[in-house]
Design a protein around this ligand. Structure first.
Ligand code: PNS
Length: 161
């Protein structure tokens, strides 16, 4: 039986670090579901649909991945879609504490799901969606840090041409 894994996140927006993780995951698992957490409070820059569309565009060259939007508990989604692993990226030690807590809470809630940590390429270790939005919001260049389609949408969204 193949491994079906889920890669969850906010993806607001997708970065090249996320994309690197997706590519690495595809080398490990048989089926990958990218799960975009929905944003009922509307605190995200991009809508659910925009975030899904950016992932779809940037992963066209890869073998098929599924993209879903979810709310509620991640472990409930894993049960619903039959995933046995959760993939998360660890960029630096500073990510560890939060990730460790989440992994153990998810294990407590659903013991049969394993969290797997992957490290993105070191060239992406300082990239986060939050910093990308901050830099782009002030007119700085994010070329090479996000897929071209994301860069374009950031420009449009932030009214910079
Ligand atoms: O990209 P992010 O914002 O770091 O992703 C965080 C995410 C979406 C994986 C996390 O917030 C999550 O799993 N949310 C769903 C609600 C849930 O299951 N919470 C309990 C986690 S222990």
């Amino acid at each position: 039986m193949g491994v079906r894994a889920i890669y969850p996140g906010s993806f607001d927006p997708l970065t090249n670090g996320h994309l690197d993780l997706i590519e690495r995951s595809l080398r490990l698992v048989d089926e990958l579901v990218v799960a975009v957490v929905t944003n009922p409070a509307k605190t995200a820059l991009f809508t659910d649909d925009e975030r899904v569309e950016m992932i779809r565009e940037a992963t066209r060259h890869l073998r098929e991945i599924e993209i879903v939007v979810f709310d509620g508990l991640l472990v409930d989604l894993t049960a619903r879609i039959g995933a046995s692993a959760i993939i998360r990226g660890l960029r630096a030690v500073s990510d560890f504490e939060y990730e460790f807590q989440m992994a153990l809470m998810n294990r407590k809630l659903r013991e049969e799901v394993e969290t797997v940590f992957l490290m993105p390429h070191e060239a992406y270790s300082y990239i986060s969606s939050r910093l990308i939005k901050e830099v782009a919001g002030h007119g700085g260049s994010v070329t090479g840090l996000v897929p071209p389609g994301v860069e374009q949408r950031l420009r449009k969204k932030l009214h910079r041409g």
